[in-house]
Design a protein around this ligand. Structure first.
Ligand SMILES: O=P(O)(O)OC[C@H]1O[C@H](O[C@H]2O[C@H](CO)[C@@H](O)[C@H](O)[C@H]2O)[C@H](O)[C@@H](O)[C@@H]1O
Length: 386
């Protein structure tokens, strides 16, 4: 892996659009009805800018922001216990095609264990939506004690890392397990074990540090030069969005998140425009979309997929005898799923109760199924360990 290439061209992490016809999935399961709907009400909102409204809408419309905002958390069809989807027989067919493509990791457990024979499993997990349920207040996205226990147990048997969009400190605060490895800011802030190979001239962004327990660690921060810029942008984003009810701006150290989950949909164009205005002054920053969140991050060739590769290397798990499993629910996790596919090694597991296109191999419906899978994994290893 070329760790020097972090100055390279932008890597856009937005997902490949869903091929609805191929999946046969009704559009209402995937996205909102279309851009027209986005503006019918949007035209009535007060936009606190001098710019004429048509040009405002053109800016964010041409950038595709509004469509992406609307599809970032598609309206849900309620899931039934048995079939995952409650509605017509057409929808049963839709679900059947989808689950064939992304089989449940629980029902495919045996198959996964067969692939793991003679290999060392390494676990990678996203946090929000994977270990903790999505909630309205990002400050209250706590994981349950039962989930914490399941992750702790899993980490006794398998090297385990959390790779989150949040700042590393914040995700550590939520998870609270010292036995794991943590990567924050979508992989742009990795704390890993000390390995001679990861230090020195080859890896200028890799420095020695100590963790909260005083243990020596390696800290890899490929976007370190962006720290002052992100702090500045964070302040501007707060200033620019302060009039919009429900907006929350979060500082994730090497990226900043603008949450619009609690903003009236009529005001989404205002959110988009406010962020767009700030971003215009920073050509070295770019925007990605998460679950009802706009994320501003450096234009560097680094993402969660690269973080997985980096961790595998720094944990000494780079051989063919390792089976990495990555659990994630969001668009940024697709980079990690892709890396595993490209390496033809291990599996991505999409955590989603909404049918969506993904580079993952398997699916689980929600964090409770992730917990079930982890418990099953540990039990399996306890039984088979000699
Ligand atoms: O990579 P992740 O660990 O999944 O982090 C991605 C973002 O997660 C958080 O936002 C999301 O979860 C919130 C709490 O459930 C929810 O309110 C929000 O709408 C979601 O987008 C986090 O707050 C962001 O900073 C992360 O980038």
């Amino acid at each position: 892996m070329d760790l020097k290439s972090n100055h390279a061209a932008p890597v856009l992490t937005d997902p490949v659009p869903i091929n609805k016809s191929r999946l046969g999935i009704h559009s209402s399961l995937m996205t909102y009805s279309g851009p027209g709907a986005a503006f019918s009400s949007g035209l009535c909102v007060t936009i606190p800018r001098k710019k004429p409204i048509t040009s405002v809408l053109d800016d964010i419309r041409s950038a595709g922001w509004l469509d992406a905002m609307k599809s970032s958390s598609p309206p849900r069809k309620k899931l039934s216990k048995d079939l995952n989807i409650e509605v017509t027989s057409d929808d049963d067919h839709i679900y059947s095609s989808w689950i064939l493509k992304y089989p449940s990791a629980l029902t495919s457990f045996e198959q996964i264990m067969n692939s793991a024979k003679g290999k060392r499993i390494a676990l990678f997990m996203d946090y929000d939506g994977t270990l903790s349920p999505i909630v309205d207040d990002p400050e209250r996205a706590f994981m349950s004690n039962a989930m914490r226990a399941a992750v702790r147990n899993a980490a006794k048997y398998f090297p385990t890392a959390i790779i989150s969009g949040r700042s590393r400190d914040k995700v550590y605060e939520f998870v609270g397990l010292t036995e794991l490895y943590y990567a924050g800011s979508h992989g742009m802030d990795i704390m890993g074990p000390v390995r001679p190979i990861m230090t020195g001239e080859d890896h200028p962004n890799c420095i020695r540090s100590t963790d909260k327990q005083g243990k020596e660690v390696n800290l890899f921060q490929p976007a370190s030069e962006f720290l002052p810029m992100i702090n500045e942008v964070f302040r501007s984003l707060i200033e620019n969005t302060k009039e919009i009810k429900g907006v929350k701006v979060e500082n994730n150290k090497f990226c900043a998140s603008v949450h619009y989950r609690n903003v009236d949909e009529k005001s989404w164009p205002v959110v988009a425009q406010s962020v767009h205005d700030v971003l215009k002054g920073y050509p070295r920053l770019r925007l990605t979309h998460g679950r009802k969140v706009l994320e501003v991050r450096p234009v560097i060739d680094w993402n969660k997929g690269k973080a997985v590769e980096f961790l595998l290397e720094s944990l000494g798990l780079n051989g063919d005898n390792v089976l990495p499993i990555y659990f994630g629910d969001d668009r940024t996790d697709e980079d990690a799923f892709k890396v595993l596919r490209e390496r033809n090694q291990g599996f991505g597991i999409l955590v989603s109760s909404v049918l969506k296109e993904s580079s993952a191999f398997y699916s689980l419906r929600d964090p409770s199924e992730v917990m079930q899978f982890l418990k099953q994994l540990v039990n399996f290893y306890k039984l088979t360990a000699v």
